[in-house]
Design a protein. Structure first.
Length: 255
């Protein structure tokens, strides 16, 4: 799978602006709230991040031996603690990446649950993040059994980032009334599957070959920007974006 790298100017610019814009990404909002900032903003930001990134957490629990029901309950417990307790302030001291903070917290909760086996469910059975269990199970079934749960978690996280950026890209084309163009060019974006030649695409779309080539180039550039924006939502500081990007994209080289 070939993932288009973001332009250097984009990687250094996770949002539409500089450091001031970065300070309003979802994870930075959550971190500030954990240090005494606006709790309402934290709740909205954490719920948004949770809706996107819960599947790798669920899959990690399942690959670690938990049943589907227990994995679902533990993921809800994780977000219950982050939303209602002071655990976030402790975990986020000195910043940190959302991926790492979630995994540290989830491991602590899993250990704690073993100690409390037989007790009432944490969070009182409340739902803090809507989970589509079938989506989580797909990651479990697709996992390489030779990988450790931690390695599989990082790979699943990288795929989730990619999936979210792809959905963002698709939505932008739909909003612009260009869904057919997105559908036709999408295989060229990833460099996998049935990739048709530019001549074939030009005939299908009623465009010149040069126009198709330019459209693919623009789509790849925009995709790189959207991946960068998604990564920027999960790190505490703009200086961490490039390193996190390199790490996540390196995981696709092994896919």
């Amino acid at each position: 799978m070939t993932i288009p790298p973001p332009e250097s100017r984009t990687a250094a610019r996770p949002g539409a602006g500089g450091p001031a814009a970065f300070s309003n990404t979802r994870w930075s909002i959550v971190l500030r709230a954990g240090q005494g900032g606006d709790s309402a903003d934290k709740t909205r930001a954490l719920e948004s991040l949770g809706r996107t990134y819960w599947p790798p957490l669920y899959a990690w629990l399942r690959s670690s031996g938990h049943t589907s029901e227990d994995a679902e309950d533990l993921v809800q417990s994780l977000f219950h603690d982050l939303l209602t307790k002071d655990s976030l302030a402790t975990l986020s001291e000195g910043g940190g990446r959302f991926r790492s903070v979630l995994m540290t917290s989830l491991k602590n909760i899993a250990v704690d649950e073993y100690r409390k086996r037989g007790a009432a469910k944490r969070g009182g059975g409340s739902v803090f993040v809507s989970l589509d269990i079938e989506q989580g199970e797909l990651l479990v079934k697709a996992a390489d059994q030779k990988q450790s749960p931690d390695t599989a978690f990082d790979r699943n996280w990288a795929h989730t980032v990619l999936g979210a950026a792809t959905a963002d890209l698709r939505d932008s084309y739909i909003a612009a009334g260009r869904e057919a163009l997105f559908t036709a060019l999408r295989p060229s974006l990833f460099g996998s599957g049935e990739v048709r030649s530019y001549d074939q695409l030009a005939e299908e779309l009623g465009m010149s070959r040069g126009a198709v080539a330019m459209s693919v180039k623009r789509m790849r550039e925009r995709f790189g920007e959207l991946i960068t924006q998604r990564v920027a939502e999960t790190v505490a500081d703009a200086s961490e974006v490039r390193e996190e990007m390199r790490y996540l994209l390196s995981l696709f080289a092994c896919t």
